[in-house]
Write a protein that binds this ligand. Sequence first.
Ligand code: ADP
Length: 204
Amino acid sequence: MIQNKVKIIGLTGGIGTGKSTVSKIIRDRGFPIIDADVIAREVVEIGEVAYLKIIETFGEQILNNDKSIDRKKLGNIVFCNPDSRLALNRIVHPQINKKIKDEILNYSKNNDIIFLDIPLLIEELENFNEAGIQFDEIWLVYSDIETQLKRIIERDNTDYESAIRRVEAQLPIDEKLRYANVIINNTGSIEELINNVVRELNMF
Ligand code: ADP
């Protein structure tokens, strides 16, 4: 076990509920926070183990001119094909888990609390547990679905149809509620959100 003394808090939400905004508030207040999206990009950088395996599996057609992986192209392939998605996950997940564990170890030298910002934490909870990454608490950033859709449409300059497709690709936010130890309500203003986050941080 790598997580004896430190408290590991998983931060998640649904697309557009405000997880990235909360992540920034937490980081700005000096807490260490590991960003799974950043790690997911790092493990497929040119020359990394996952990079080489992805080319072996999907061919050079998924490369950009500069030989980096065209994540959009790869995303489109796996979005429509569950077998490809499984194959990609089998390549990428072990590398992501390894890097997360390394970062936990590193941060745990100087911190009692470490946040892990993971968009699909609840969907992938079993995989993380099997990989030896256990969460002492799960914090869920919550907003109702209409607010969620409105924020996605504004942030990504997209339309209602595409926003709803992306929301429906995830476990519904209302189903995620029962996994949460702490619910960060983000149905109001940014100021209210900051207050809600700071109130929880002050509990430590
Ligand atoms: P997520 O990371 O969960 O997908 P974001 O943190 O990117 O969501 O938030 C989605 C969008 O909504 C962003 O443009 C963000 O600035 C905006 N946003 C988040 N919370 C609020 C809020 N309370 N009031 C207004 N806009 C918000």
